[in-house]
Design a protein around this ligand. Structure first.
Ligand code: ACO
Length: 402
């Protein structure tokens, strides 16, 4: 590792690194990835152990404060979060300003940014107490905000949060309960939802997290910073990939058509890629994909769709690709998005909600990274350099002579 900052101070040398493939923009103690080993750790704990043993809300505490909570700490944290699950009643008017067919991510981006207009008492980033309240507010309200976006898009009345339910069950309740009908959240479905939240909670300096850090480096208020992260996540190369993976599995349709698509993915003259395969950092099995595969099976068994053709195609495609020299040589393994779309679809979410669910899961990661940056004594405003390749200096030409 070369400390370019001190080299720059001494010699004026700087580096050109589009896409930041080899430049660290910060140091961080939150999440660790070893892409070659297929390892992902939150604060040192392996993701598979957390997905197996912890609830998402416990993982939130871990990411935010660095340690797993004691029973009393967890209870206190849960109480603090549930006290803030409702959104300001006036926000309902804000929703009604959107077109009925607005994409949920357009609504979530706008509403999260607008929180700064509703919660003035948590926008002063120099006050640690205000930073803390803003963090808790966002973790508590993002499920409500995302569920309201969904309800709005299907023309159903908003459902208020139920604080007697756990985080995942409450989200499912707000999405799927309808007036005058009893809705009971199945614990297997709630557990799968909770695991999806956990697996997406943080992933170190990806595009949206870097966006949050860069926005926050100017001391912008936390709601504006998280809204910037949501906007970045919306891109199909980032948060939109599970939607693309599910569409691809449906397009393949039946197991007998897999070889045709494998051949297309290998053909350099065909732009088709196996969606949900490959990762910039993981050059081994994405540890989150293993947990997702298990969850997909549980949910589909429960819902009586164990013969689901999409899951069958996914499992067979994975088997064939993992034995094919093209994928083996390039270290292309299924990533987290390969199975998460199947689960969300089976639970009943439309594909337009997939990225909004990713955003609500990732909110805690963005906040933990933002807090770490604000507290860093070395904090500097983010200001990437450029290699200028435009025109050299020339004289102005009057419009009559152009
Ligand atoms: N299908 C077929 N071939 C692939 C795939 C794929 N999914 N992914 C990579 N390759 C091939 C490339 O064609 C290239 O082959 P070559 O060396 O013969 O030219 C080689 O593997 C290396 O690929 P790069 O594009 O250089 O790898 P990079 O690290 O830049 O890309 C990425 C990673 C973008 C994730 C890529 O694997 C991809 O497009 N995957 C499909 C989309 C996807 O699933 N995205 C979700 C990522 S996870 C997340 O965002 C939460």
């Amino acid at each position: 590792v070369i400390d370019i900052r001190s080299l720059y101070a001494k010699t004026g040398l700087f580096t050109y690194d589009p896409g930041f493939t080899s430049t660290a923009a910060c140091d961080s103690a939150i999440t660790y990835i070893d892409g070659d080993k297929g390892e992902l750790l939150y604060r040192g704990y392996p993701i598979d152990q957390l997905a197996d043993k912890s609830s998402y809300i416990e993982v939130c505490y871990l990411l935010l404060y660095g340690e797993l909570p004691s029973k009393a700490e967890l209870k206190d944290f849960e109480n603090r979060v549930t006290r803030h699950t409702m959104v300001h009643e006036q926000m309902h008017y804000f929703y009604r300003g959107f077109r009925r067919d607005a994409h949920p991510m357009a609504i979530v981006t706008g509403v999260v940014g607008a929180m700064a207009a509703f919660y003035h008492d948590s926008t002063d980033i120099s006050d640690p107490e205000q930073r803390e309240i803003a963090s808790i507010r966002m973790i508590a309200k993002l499920p409500t905000i995302a569920a309201m976006a969904y309800k709005y898009s299907v023309g159903q009345p908003f459902v208020y949060p139920r604080n007697d339910l756990d985080y995942a069950s409450n989200f499912l309740h707000m999405c799927f309960a309808v007036p005058a009908e009893e809705y009971k959240v199945d614990p297997v479905v709630a557990r799968a939802m909770d695991r999806i939240f956990t697996l997406h909670a943080d992933h170190e300096q990806n595009a949206s997290t870097s966006t949050v850090r860069l926005s926050g480096s100017s001391d912008a208020n936390p709601f504006a910073c998280i809204a910037a992260g949501v906007a970045c996540l919306w891109g199909p190369a980032h948060g939109g990939a599970n939607e693309a993976a599910l569409n691809m599995l449906r397009q393949i349709g039946t197991v007998d058509r897999i070889p045709e698509f494998i051949e297309r993915a290998k053909d350099k003259n065909d732009p088709f890629r196996l969606m949900g395969f490959g990762h910039r950092v993981y050059k081994n099995y994405d540890p989150r994909a293993a947990v997702m595969q298990e969850s997909a099976r549980e949910v589909l068994d429960l819902l009586g769709v164990e013969n689901n053709p999409t899951l069958q195609v996914a499992q067979e495609l994975e088997k064939i690709a993992l034995e094919d020299p093209y994928f083996v040589e390039r270290k292309l393994y299924p990533n987290v998005d390969f199975y998460s779309g199947i689960i969300l679809d089976a639970i009943g979410f439309p594909t337009s909600m997939f990225t909004a669910i990713f955003a609500l899961s990732r909110t805690v990661g963005w906040i933990a990274q933002w807090k770490e940056m604000i507290g860093d004594p070395q904090k500097k405003i983010g200001r990437p350099r450029q290699l200028y390749n435009g025109a050299t200096m020339r004289d102005y030409v009057d419009i009559s002579a152009r």
